[in-house]
Design a binder for this molecule. Structure first.
Ligand code: NAD
Ligand code: ZN
Length: 246
């Protein structure tokens, strides 16, 4: 339980204008969505890390598609958490703000986040496995539909071993490097290149805050590590800013 933000936080945030928040699966854990590595991350005995690959789709497109349909259903049923909502408050407080999310579940948009980049895509969009053309999105079909080129549609997410969307990544690097405050929330710090964004921020002089119930490789670099769930930790950070009249 965190009762109040350590004094170092309001001091660091007092005059800051530029804030960047990076989120991982941990922030959606409180909406009931499983992380890949945590408990409940398995689906019908399949390891997500072997399903979220181009090789898996090539081998068994139906299985991978079905897994994403299941994840879409879970995401649709889930509600944004207090952590998702606190990020919207930060966006209102800081004049310059960017949310960088590794999540693909659309919960940040549903919470009301506006200035954001999705560096791992979104499960509610689809694109052709062969030509890359976008589909209508969120097909309800049981198996992957066909593109006009004859290729199979796949979810528009970044699989292990694939490149991240260039424009979103460029924005993420640029804004991280100029951030005054950088919050890493619910991310294991193991998936690259996202894991390097907090370090770019730190090198650029940002005050680095980590929120995660578990220690991560990032903990060594953080100016402030809050070992708590995203929702309660974000709430105390926001309260401290409100107490400053922001
Ligand atoms: P991750 O690497 O971002 O790790 C999750 C982290 O969240 C862990 O360090 C864990 O300790 C922490 N955590 C757990 N509960 C938390 C809470 N209540 N508050 C704060 N932190 C908490 O995510 P991953 O699961 O290893 O997956 C890697 C990638 O797979 C993601 O970056 C994403 O692209 C994709 N993924 C997305 C979703 C989603 O959109 N909801 C879910 C699973 C995986
Ligand atoms: Zn195509």
């Amino acid at each position: 339980m965190v009762e109040a933000a350590p004094a170092i936080w309001p001091k660091a945030a007092a005059r800051a204008r530029r804030c960047v928040v990076l989120t991982g699966a941990g922030i959606s854990a409180e909406s009931g969505l499983a992380t890949f590595r945590g408990p409940g991350g398995w689906w019908r005995n399949h390891d997500p890390q072997t399903l979220a690959t181009p090789q898996a789709f090539r081998k068994n497109p139906g299985l991978v598609w079905e897994w994403y349909q299941w994840r879409r259903e879970q995401a649709k049923r889930a509600e944004p958490s207090s952590g998702h909502r606190a990020i919207v408050v930060l966006e209102d407080i800081f004049p310059e703000f960017l949310l960088i999310t590794q999540n693909v579940d659309g919960l940040h948009q549903r919470a009301g986040s506006r200035r954001m980049v999705e560096i791992h895509g979104n499960i509610f969009r689809e694109k052709c496995f062969d030509c890359g053309q976008s589909g209508p999105g969120c097909s309800e079909t049981k198996s992957p539909p066909r593109c006009s080129c004859g290729g199979l549609m796949r979810p528009d997410v970044v699989w292990f071993g694939e490149a991240l969307p260039a424009e979103a990544l460029e924005t993420a690097w640029r804004e991280s490097a100029r951030a005054e405050i950088f919050l890493a929330v619910g991310t294991s710090g193991l998936v690259q290149p996202a894991a390097s964004l907090p370090l770019a921020a730190k090198q650029g002089g940002a005050f680095l805050v980590e929120i995660n119930p578990e220690p991560t490789p990032l903990s060594n670099w953080a100016d402030l590590s809050i070992r708590a769930k995203a929702g309660e930790a974000m709430a105390v950070l926001v309260d401290a800013l409100r107490a400053q009249g922001r």
